[in-house]
Structure formats: C-alpha cells, structure tokens
Design a protein around this ligand. Structure first.
Ligand code: ZN
Length: 288
C-alpha cells in the first residue's frame, strides 16, 4: 500500500532506509527539525542543519523516488536556552521559502518549563506571521498529559492559530481527545518500545475514529523503525479493517493536511518521473 510518513528524521538514517521505505510503498516523507542528541552551541549550527534539510536531504530521498518535505524550528529541548532560540528564529526566514518547507515544527514542550512555553508561543507567532502550518511535539511519558494540556491552551489563547493547519504529534490514549476535540490534527508515533506500538495505534483508531489522525515512525538516531507505518498497515489488515480505511490514515490524511502548505507539490505515483538510478553526475555522491 502506498503511504506517506509524516514524521521521520531521515538525517539520522542511511540511504538504504529510503530504499527500503520506497519498496514498501513510501511516496513522500516530512522531516521536522529536531534535537541532534547534543545541544548546538550557536545559531550557525542550526543554519547548517537547515541547509541540510532543504538541500541534500531532498536530493538523497529522490534517489529512491521519495518526495522529501521538511519543517523548521528550534526544538523544545534546546528552547530552554531563550537567547539562542531567538537567534535561531531570526535565521528561519532565510529558509522559509525553500521549495520543500511545509511549516514550523516540531515545536512544543519537553519538560513543560516556563522558558519552553515562552519560545513555543514565539514560534507559533512566527508561523502565523509567515502563514505557515505548525507541527507540534508533545512531551514524553509522565509529562505528556500536562504538556499537551498546556500546548492546547496556548494554541487556543492565540486566536490567529488555525486548528486545521496545526498537527499535535505523539498523542497517546490519554491525550488524543485533548487534541482532536478542539479541531487540531493529531498523529501517533510508532516506536518499538516507548510511545505507541502499531497495536496500540490500531486500538486508538478503533476507539476514536480515523478523522484528522495519522501515524508516523518518527525514525531517528534512537531505537526506532522507519518501516513502522507498514507494520501498522499489517496490524489493521490483521484485524479485518478495509484497505480504504487504512489508506485514509496512512495516505489521504497526511495528503489533506500537507496540502494546506503552499510548497506541498505532491506528485501522485502515476505521474512520478522514473527514479534516478544510477545517481546522476551533477548530484552529490558519497565520497568513499
Ligand atoms: Zn521528531
């Protein structure tokens, strides 16, 4: 089945992962800006990162015929540093018109601190001023309900925010209603150990329906699986759900949400150009 992975950090993955995802039916991915595993020391570190997300990464995805989109921000963890965050926010407009940028993300909360909340609100303001969609990270485990509640309250307090252009990610059983009831989009992250498993995600779909919800692998540098979306497809089929319902969650819904971003120029499979293999000379190739 064709699918779109709406949240995967391909910068942390090898080219073989793109290839495997393509073979399983992946047509497009979106890659939010995130924490690198260490706190970057300067806004220039982020500038280089944004260059990577808007330059080389779409090129590398194209080698496997996958369309690559991205989101820009300073992540919740590094947002604790308010002065650095404001410097990074001043860099983002340099990249906002790059052809694969869908919006501002993944902004959010990590430990639900005052500094994180300040920078979250300022990045929401940045998104609104530039007419961008928003992709939101919610905290892990015990901080999740409180953090999601804080995020929803801050979004509702800013009357300029359009819920239909805002995606609240990493929802679980106890937070999915918070996000959906106010008209936001939401997504479940399929992780091997923490967050949702494919079975838990299928349970949530059965309880809360398939409107304004999607699933992603959030594949990154930690234990994660870039083929988690196909695993969810298998779980749904095993339970007897029709392919039309599964396709809505893994393909139609991300398409509908992303289509609100002016740079989303999705090419359906029957219009895709032949995949570029071998790698053409003019594109960067690995130096061995
Ligand atoms: Zn992420």
């Amino acid at each position: 089945m064709y699918f779109i992975d709406p949240h995967v950090h391909m910068i942390s993955r090898v080219t073989d992962d793109y290839e495997r995802m393509a073979r399983m039916g992946c047509l497009a991915i979106s890659e939010p800006a995130f924490w690198a595993g260490f706190d970057r020391g300067s806004a220039d570190g982020f500038r280089d990162y944004f260059h990577h997300l808007t330059g080389f990464e779409p090129t590398r995805a194209k080698w496997s015929g996958i369309q690559h989109y991205t989101w820009l921000c300073i992540n919740a963890k590094e947002a604790e540093n308010v002065s650095l965050s404001r410097e990074v926010m001043s860099v983002i407009p340099e990249f906002i018109d790059k052809p694969n940028v869908l919006g501002i993300g993944e902004i959010g909360l990590n430990k639900n601190t005052r500094n994180e909340a300040t920078i979250f609100a300022e990045q929401v303001d940045l998104a609104v001023r530039f007419g961008q969609s928003i992709l939101i990270h919610t905290p892990h485990l015990r901080d999740k309900y409180k953090g999601t509640r804080m995020i929803v309250d801050m979004l509702l307090a800013d009357t300029r925010v359009e819920p239909e252009r805002t995606l609240i990610d990493h929802v679980e059983e106890h937070t999915v209603r918070l996000a959906k009831e106010e008209g936001f989009w939401c997504a479940m992250t399929l992780y091997p150990t923490t967050k949702c498993t494919p079975a838990r995600a299928a349970d949530i779909i059965e309880m809360y329906g398939d409107e304004r919800i999607m699933v992603n692998s959030a594949g990154d540098w930690g234990p994660s699986n870039p083929l988690a979306v196909p695993d969810f497809v298998q779980e749904m089929r095993r339970r007897g759900h029709p392919d039309s319902k599964i396709k809505k969650i893994v393909y139609d819904n991300p398409l509908e949400f992303f289509s609100q971003s002016k740079h989303f120029n999705f090419q359906p499979p029957d219009t895709l150009a032949a995949r570029t293999n071998p790698v053409p000379d003019e594109e960067p190739v690995p130096v061995k």
